[in-house]
Ligand binder design. Structure first.
Ligand code: ADP
Ligand code: MG
Length: 311
């Protein structure tokens, strides 16, 4: 114990005990050199990893530790959902600067634990180290889907409808508004991955391409166009936005359409499907896939929107 802070091993033990009893039967989790996950026949394994860096992705003085723990798992679980998969396990690696207290860490682990329990995801390992300056969080997530049934970015076809779940721009508007609008700020700090909706879409014939919206559709839709070799017309009047978000943008002198298209971090699903498809989830049609490779037209607006840029 140093300055009331748990040692690396005490911290690992406390994380391990927080997740005690949550490891699925037949799986070896935290405590050995490796985790062991038996192969399951008929299923593909999905793997993704995401890094969250202090002062690049979050500010320690702004985000409550519980929500940072939640968000670290949420953005990874969302990547599995984006393929139509079922998230099963995560690995959590932490580089911790001196100023992180034991209490802060406990709240972080609680947030991570709450969303893991909600989606039945086991924490099976990770790494813990000191850091000279910033807090770095790396999460690796594993998931499964029936062999060959993952929904890729590359499957969009001319004539497909372009659709999104939920509303767009709440997160970015919340980030801009800060404590002036705690409801929207919570959507930025504590996003909800669309696991249920994604699994319905994965089981619906005619859903051709899917991804989660992390950088805003201005950037993310371009990824689908590039990978699929198609174009798109988006009807900007049909982009779903919450009333609270529109009011907040008006109050702050922000362009709501800009926040909805370029703001990012909504973690809603962006997908394309045959017009005959009627998936049983709530969604909004925002446009159509066209034949012209990489041509993205914003119908109803004179602006050319891009996605959120991290660099
Ligand atoms: P090694 O020396 O092999 O890297 P560690 O002492 O780092 O082993 O880790 C011991 C066990 O604790 C391993 O099972 C590892 O996966 C797990 N572990 C370490 N850090 C974390 C963490 N932040 N979250 C979850 N599990 C962790
Ligand atoms: Mg280690």
């Amino acid at each position: 114990m140093k300055n009331g802070k748990p040692s690396e091993f005490a911290l690992i033990r406390s994380i391990q005990s927080a997740f005690d009893g949550k490891t699925p039967q037949g799986v070896l989790g935290i405590g050995d050199d490796c985790a062991i996950i038996p192969q399951q026949s008929g299923l593909d394994t999905l793997v993704s990893t995401d890094m969250l860096i202090q002062d690049v992705h979050f500010r320690l003085e702004e985000i409550p530790p519980f929500m940072l723990g939640w968000k670290s798992a949420a953005v990874n679980i969302s990547d599995i959902a984006a393929m139509g998969g079922t998230p099963t396990a995560t690995f959590l690696s932490l580089a911790l600067p001196e100023n992180i207290s034991g209490g802060w860490m406990a709240d972080f682990v609680n947030g991570y634990k709450e969303i893991s329990a909600k989606y039945g995801v086991a924490l099976l390992g990770g790494d813990t180290t000191a850091s000279a300056n910033s807090l770095c969080i790396n999460v690796t997530v594993l998931g499964t889907c029936p062999c060959g049934k993952a929904i890729l970015r590359s499957g969009a076809m001319p004539g497909d409808l372009i659709c999104v779940t939920g509303v767009l721009g709440d997160s970015a508007t919340g980030f801009a508004a800060g404590l002036e609008c705690p409801v929207l700020l919570a959507k930025h700090f504590k996003p909800e991955p669309r696991v249920r909706e994604a699994s319905v879409l994965a089981g619906t014939r005619g859903v051709h391409a899917m991804m989660d919206i992390s950088d805003g559709i201005g950037g993310d839709l371009r990824h689908i166009l590039e990978r699929s070799g198609v174009g798109a017309i988006v009807d900007t009047d049909s982009i779903p936005m919450s009333d609270l978000m529109k009011q907040t943008c008006q109050k702050l002198g922000l362009d709501p359409l800009e926040k909805a298209i370029s703001g990012g971090e909504d973690y809603e699903l962006l997908f394309t499907m045959d017009p005959s498809c009627k998936p049983e989830i709530d969604y909004t049609v925002i446009g159509r896939i066209t034949k012209i490779p990489n041509q993205l037209v914003w119908d109803g607006s004179s602006k050319d929107f891009q996605g959120f840029k991290h660099f």
